[in-house]
Design a protein around this ligand. Structure first.
Ligand SMILES: Cc1ncc(COP(=O)(O)O)c(C=O)c1O
Length: 369
């Protein structure tokens, strides 16, 4: 089996694959109801929240769209904080639905300082809502959401929507303690499940915004999700097999007692990955190293080496699937995922393949003294 080192989808452990091969059931029947209610309450534990939480059949982007269309109105002024491609996407969704978006962008490799968010909110008091990415998967940087939330919620009392798609499950995020109104994640990331299911938590404050929101919504109307959750159902036909997998993966994750062990593991494997990449002589995209991501490492391609040649060689000669750059970093970087299911041996495999492959492409890796 290939060493799948994408920042999602991640490898799916065999027990999760087994759990997903159960026979199909009635998605409006009692077995599904039990599973949905158990999954929802386990997700609330993993999100560290007592807020409402909905499981949607979609990829993460669908839940980002739900976050926007269920809280905002056309012409409403929002601040979109972006440190890369996925922050830009959140902004584009809000623009597509007619929000009046003020973009606050930072160069690739940096995190968004809470002070800059404060300045932006001071400059324009008509901003009602802030959109922000927790972990920017295109650059390998994790924003200080706790610090940003202190400003957005405690100082300015605005609505805060958080894309935690590539962080939750692997990186610490405390929805209630940090007072995050809407938090989004997706099954193929830190949860080590296949793609197809997205999760969204929704605070009382978000429900108040819902009442005033005039953006069009149908498939992702959370009032519908809420009405059906009370019946133990989804409004529409859910991806039942992926639900089986998520249900099993969550039980396993929470069986460990608390999430701290999982967060610590990802912190240490991320540090190991960065150390190894730097020791070869490759440059990390993360210049703001204190905010380097615990779920994905991005590194610049050495001069003269294309992503096609490096990723192609890793795939064909070493059975390793790493990711290309996204957005402005397309063609300039490659990325190694270490979210969800990952071992030190998986990372060692990538590093030894890089040491072997790079010289063949014209770059001489450094050798430790
Ligand atoms: C931070 C972030 N936001 C949004 C997305 C989009 O999620 P999806 O591809 O599941 O729609 C991703 C996927 O890589 C992501 O990492």
């Amino acid at each position: 089996m290939a060493n799948l080192r994408l920042p999602g989808p991640t490898p799916v452990p065999p027990d999760v694959v087994d759990a997903m091969s159960k026979p199909m059931i009635d998605h409006r029947g009692v077995i599904f109801k039990e599973m949905l209610l158990r999954m929802t309450s386990n997700l609330q534990v993993a999100f560290n929240t007592k807020n409402d939480l909905y499981v949607l059949t979609s990829s993460g982007t669908g839940a980002l769209e739900a976050a926007v269309t269920n809280t905002l109105s056309k012409g409403e002024k929002v601040l979109a904080v972006s440190i890369g491609n996925f922050g830009d996407r959140f902004s584009r969704i809000a623009k597509a639905y007619g929000a009046d978006v003020v973009d606050l962008k930072f160069p690739e490799g940096e995190s968004a300082p809470p002070d800059s968010v404060r300045q932006a909110l001071e400059t324009d008091p008509s901003i009602t809502t802030v959109l922000v990415t927790h972990n920017e998967t295109s650059t390998g940087i994790t924003n200080d959401i706790e610090g940003i939330a202190e400003v957005v919620k405690k100082e300015f009392n605005k609505l805060l929507l958080v894309d935690a798609i590539s962080s939750l499950g692997s990186i610490k995020l405390l929805t209630d303690d940090w007072d995050l109104d809407v938090v989004v994640s997706a099954s193929q990331k830190g949860w080590a499940c296949p793609p197809g299911v997205a999760m969204i938590s929704f605070s009382d404050r978000a429900w108040k915004a819902y009442e005033n929101s005039d953006m069009p919504k149908f498939y992702f109307d959370l009032k519908e999700a809420d009405k059906y959750l009370k019946l133990g159902q989804n409004p529409w036909t859910p991806a039942v097999s992926v639900f089986y997998g998520m249900d099993h993966a969550l039980i396993k994750m929470l069986d460990k007692g608390n999430m701290q062990e999982t967060w610590d593991f990802h912190a240490s494997i991320a540090q190991y990955t960065r150390d190894q990449i730097s020791s070869i002589g490759l440059d990390l995209v993360a210049t703001d190293i204190d905010h380097a991501s615990n779920t994905v490492t991005a590194a610049y391609l050495p001069e003269g080496i294309t992503d096609e040649s490096l990723l192609g060689m890793l795939r064909d000669d070493y059975d390793i699937i790493a990711a290309e750059g996204r957005g402005k970093l397309a063609g300039k970087v490659f990325r190694i995922g270490h979210m969800g299911h990952v071992t030190t041996e998986d990372i060692d495999g990538v590093i030894s393949a890089l040491k072997d492959a790079l010289p063949k492409l014209g770059f001489t890796p450094q050798v430790a003294e």
